[in-house]
Design a protein around this ligand. Structure first.
Ligand code: CMP
Length: 138
């Protein structure tokens, strides 16, 4: 079925000037951009987005990192979007990511890993609604 996923180009990749090449690869892989914006989260907003990780040892550092600069959230559409997008971006740790994946090419480290991809249809909808209005997602 045609469906959607949510992604963000993270502060390291935006600062490194990789937004263009990353978006180009996303479109070349068959994803259609439904919504896109540039935003700089506060630490509190980053903490809210990653609330599911609140008990993890890396949570504070993750919130500092995700509020350290601009990010580019997007909603993408494609058949089998969630699963296919996670294949396109590769493993969380860029050192373990497959050749040709976005994280392998553009990420700096396990934390500064260039891009986010939702892990389920349900989370994709929740994460999209964090950044975009209903009207923006129509
Ligand atoms: P992502 O999987 O998109 O969402 C959670 C983020 O937390 C992850 O990307 C990394 O940016 C970060 N992260 C995950 N695991 C670790 C870790 N062990 N140490 C530091 N950061 C991590």
């Amino acid at each position: 079925p045609t469906n959607r996923t949510f992604t963000m180009i993270k502060p390291d990749a935006v600062a490194d000037g990789f937004s263009g090449p990353i978006i180009q690869q996303i479109e070349a892989a068959g994803f259609k951009i439904i919504a896109i914006k540039k935003v700089h989260l506060s630490k509190e907003e980053a903490g809210k987005f990653y609330a599911i990780h609140a008990e993890r040892p890396f949570y504070q550092s993750l919130c500092d990192y995700m509020s350290s600069g601009a990010i580019i959230p997007m909603v993408l559409e494609k058949d089998n979007a969630v699963e296919d997008f996670r294949k396109l971006i590769g493993s969380t740790n860029p050192e373990q990511a497959a050749e040709g994946t976005i994280r392998k090419q553009f990420a700096r480290s396990l934390e500064s890993n260039a891009i986010h991809g939702s892990d389920s249809d349900e989370n994709a909808a929740i994460e999209a609604a964090f950044f975009f209005s209903e009207k923006e997602l129509a």
